[in-house]
Design a protein around this ligand. Sequence first.
Ligand SMILES: Cc1cc2nc3c(=O)[nH]c(=O)nc-3n(C[C@H](O)[C@H](O)[C@H](O)COP(=O)(O)O)c2cc1C
Length: 212
Amino acid sequence: MMVHTMTADEVLSTTRAVRKRLDLTRPVERELLLECLALAQQAPTGGNRQGWGFVVVTDPAKRLALAELYCREYRRYRTEPRGTVSTAPTAQQATLARVFDSSDYLADHLHEVPVYLIPVIRRPMANQLIAGTWGSILPATWSFMLAARARGLGTVWTTLHLVHEEEAAAILGIPYAEIMQAALIPVAHTIGTDFKVGARMPLDDIVHWEQW
Ligand SMILES: Cc1cc2nc3c(=O)[nH]c(=O)nc-3n(C[C@H](O)[C@H](O)[C@H](O)COP(=O)(O)O)c2cc1C
């Protein structure tokens, strides 16, 4: 296990969106998932009330049904202008082509990924601060993904199945009116464990000191 060999900075800088390097042939040990889930639970929660949780899906029939919902939306998205390379600025086209190649692969193989993690949270009331809801589930989910990385597991944040959230809720027995799904995170052992630091825009472009 890698958990004691990676520094916090290595984990934070190399937790990539893993798609092509998910090992589709190897099951994920429940013990490893429980360790990641226990670490995720240490994340902060608005109002100090844990109104969130996770649905862990390993059942092949359920994964197939959820993957079908994902692919339905993914195929539609790929026909839109924002889902094609040619509409992007020239400088970004090569990167975008790589990301699409990788996402096409994920869509084709999603049903084969051994585990899905679905973060869930109480659906916000009309007068409730939306930031409080998202802010309570996203840190825990990212903590899970970091803990997974430290254990040789790969993950990728996905959201497209949420276009069909109500159908997904029916597949999983989630009470749709009360409980909202936040993402679908495929989880598998990675093929190799060497992941690089991601390319990001210069810090100066995104950081505003003292004022905008
Ligand atoms: C809110 C959100 C939604 C995303 N939805 C999807 C998705 O539906 N499918 C997918 O393949 N990747 C999805 N991603 C993954 C991003 O494409 C990925 O994080 C990005 O390409 C950066 O990859 P890197 O960390 O390897 O640099 C999503 C990421 C975020 C944060």
